[in-house]
Design a protein around this ligand. Sequence first.
Ligand code: G16
Length: 597
Amino acid sequence: HGNSTPLADAELAALIDAHPKPSSISEYSYGTAGFRYEAGLLPCVFVRMGIFTALRSASLGGEEVGAMITASHNAEPDNGMKLADSHGGMLDAAWEEHAVSLANAPDSKHALALIHTLSDYAKGNHPDATADGRLPKMVVHIGRDTRSHSPPLAALVIRAARAMGATVIDHGEVSTPMLHHFVMHANGHLLPSSIPQRCNESGYYEIMAMSYAALLRTGTVGSGGKRLPTTSTLVIDGACGIGASKVDKFQRIFAKLRAEGCTTGLPVLHTVNFPGEGPLNEECGAEFVQKQQLPPKLYSKSAAGVSKEYMTSFDGDADRVVFHFEDKSGKFHLLDGDKIAVLVSSFIQDELRCIDPDGKAVKCGVVQTAYANGSSTLYLKNVVKTNVIIAKTGVKFVHAAAHHHFDVGVYFEANGHGTVLFGPKFYDFIASADARLRGTPRHNRANIALRRLRVLPALVNQSVGDAMSDMMLVDAILFLRGWDLSTWARLYSDMPSKQAKVKVADRTVITTNDNETAATAPVALQIALQAAMDAMATQENADGGPKPRCFVRPSGTEDAVRVYAEANTQKGADSLASEAMVLIHKLCGGVGEPPQP
Ligand code: G16
């Protein structure tokens, strides 16, 4: 039935009234990646978001949208929701505001008034809106992570979307990028004609595995294609979350490929840290490994005696990935999102130049955030010689910048969240290269480059960062280059860095400039931070070399203020970070004992 009938209104009001706003919440905020709170605080907002997703679908003329129930890298007690717009990417910024208004409507009466306003707007946009004002088509895809509270929270969203009259496609437990992929494929946006439209789990695996195998196969025709013993088994730390169960499904496809005689370069995948084997994201997974710069704890029994030469860690919803290894002396080395950006952008640029030596046809570039290690930015500018843009933290910002500024836009946050976006000029370039190179020998280097570039948009998730897709992309590049992790790690040395968190009573008292490199309030905070950076530069005698750097910003996913510091020595970075922590505690209403400098 339609959403504007008295029956639907009564049903919606009852649902809203049954899930009131908890007294501890003054206002729900849409953070870096959607609403994210302790799970018990979420029923109110999830009911409203079920209604909201239906309205969003209606406003897009019945195009399909998605909601993913996950708190990603956060601790197990938290949950949250990431919303996928019909192109598969993040929710439109203007609609974020509508989502916040609906989430914070004081009661069902106010909520219904908003629902009616949005519904009227949607009717204006819906080509099939009926004369009686019903919204004929609304489709919402739902996915959830492995948290124990995700099924009941997903059930609430589903109930509310159905009360609106929407069709709900419940994908059950999936990774966040899978849900985005389903939505992208359902509507067909951003999908080049070369990629089959497959809006289901098996389609997701097949498209990715086939393009990965195709990329590996290009190594047999003369250029690269060497798998070192150190990269023959890839150990995947699934953070005890959804990524572990999903990446394991590739084993079956790999077995089939092997049975068909396609053995080129395929590594053995050894997945550890499955759901239930240990606490989600605790001492394992991408967030822990990257922030603490420590190897993950391996909870699985099957991890005993495993080789640590080639390892990767996903986060709790498998949209981030970092690589790491232990060298012969037992030392841990991290290859984070910055290193991935360097590897991927230089690979793509090299392949493009095999076809277009001037490098003028397609504009390439990398988007980073303030967390990017200074050495990576210098390497990208001076050695890879590519364009670099620094955007605000959060996929929605880096994705938009990559899409807006470049024909091939590589974006990776240091925490391992990223992808490569291919724009229309890239596809035109491929089509014209195809025509030009037709009939030339298979072993011609330009021909090999063309085959490599052509499969990338299918292998690389075009909607959002994807740990499984990025893992395969990185592995394929290493194979084609004949590298292992130590060769890759040696491209440049990271500046020593330190990340930390401070709890304050109200983190909104801190505001920053556009790219978050400096705090704009409290004013005294930035002045003191600058003085600390200057003092460290003098102490480290950093004249001419990279300067120590430190910034702070309120997290949009956790109840904390984040601190990042880098310097020429680890001691310098640690000391800058602890100075910043003390300053935050003192100037921004720190909670509990002040941190010890
Ligand atoms: C989310 C966003 C990322 C962001 C991270 C940390 O990751 O998708 O873009 O870098 O939060 O954000 P903040 O520093 O504001 O807490 P995830 O993997 O938790 O969804």
